[in-house]
Design a protein around this ligand. Structure first.
Ligand code: HPA
Length: 265
């Protein structure tokens, strides 16, 4: 991946961000707020994973956000696209090679907690990997035994809580449970998720968090809640609903992130 990092570094010039942000569904508006943006389509970066999910752009955008140099990955590859839990590994390795040491992950998720409603934001305090998958399977170095006790960095989480207060945006904190997708959960699975301690369910983020911790990056992650989990309202879930609701919560999360970013480093 040195080749990829070299290519991106050459395009960034004097900019050397330590923070990278993965913009999931709904965070498109944040990408538009990057100042002095250098935009590089993923397809132009060697070995960079490209997503084909609608609602997910595929470009790296680097520039200044809230006065802080950042790299925004607009769009991500999901496990369910090709059955590869380590699909994002080349992208995260490239970020590390560029000098990034903080990764902020965002996603759209379903709430399994009646107290967390669609359109609201949830900071991920911990996760449950319910997929049975792990992006480090097959990795041979000792580093594969990655500790996950503080996977979601306590200091970065505290910065997000302060950011939410500063921005005046309510933010929940909770546990995110990873399902492989792409089908949504059943009502029984949603009830199970709740009983097992989850607050939200989704199809991304967990493999990236595991990979990032393996690579030595500090992680902070937040969900934009687009719907109540299957069976909680009697309505069928759909990707169209995710795409429609995500920007509302996404705008809130963008405000929190902008307030918190200067405190990350
Ligand atoms: N389940 C899984 N992933 C999701 C959901 C959901 O209900 N909503 C948005 N992404």
């Amino acid at each position: 991946m040195r080749e990829a990092a070299d290519l991106v570094r050459a395009r960034l010039g004097a900019l050397s961000p330590r923070i990278a942000l993965v913009a999931g569904s709904g965070l498109g508006s944040l990408v538009g707020e990057v100042e002095g943006a250098v935009r590089i389509p993923y397809a132009d970066i060697p070995r960079f994973p490209v997503s084909a999910v609608s609602g997910h752009a595929g470009e790296l955008v680097a520039g200044m956000l809230a006065g802080v140099p950042v790299i925004v990955l607009s769009g991500r590859v999901h496990y369910y696209e090709a059955g590869d839990a380590a699909a994002m590994r080349p992208a995260l390795e490239m970020l590390r090679d560029l000098g990034v040491d903080i990764l902020a992950l965002t996603n759209a998720a379903g709430s399994v907690n009646p107290g967390i409603a669609p359109g609201e934001v949830m900071l991920i305090e911990d996760h449950i990997n319910f997929s049975g998958l792990n992006p480090l399977i097959g990795e041979r170095s000792e580093a594969r035994f990655t500790g996950m006790t503080t996977a979601y960095d306590p200091d970065l989480r505290a910065a997000m809580v302060r950011g939410a207060q500063e921005a005046g945006v309510p933010m929940h904190e909770g546990v995110y449970m990873w399902f492989s997708g792409p089908s949504f959960e059943t009502p029984a699975e949603v009830r199970m998720a709740r009983r097992l301690g989850a607050d939200a369910v989704g199809m991304s983020t967990v493999p990236e968090t595991i990979l990032a911790r393996f690579l030595g990056l500090r992680v902070v992650a937040a969900s934009v809640v687009t719907n109540f989990g299957a069976g909680m309202t009697g309505e069928e879930l759909s990707h169209d609903e995710t795409k429609e609701i995500a920007p509302q919560g996404g705008a809130k999360l963008a405000r929190i992130l902008k307030a918190a970013l200067p405190e990350f480093i």
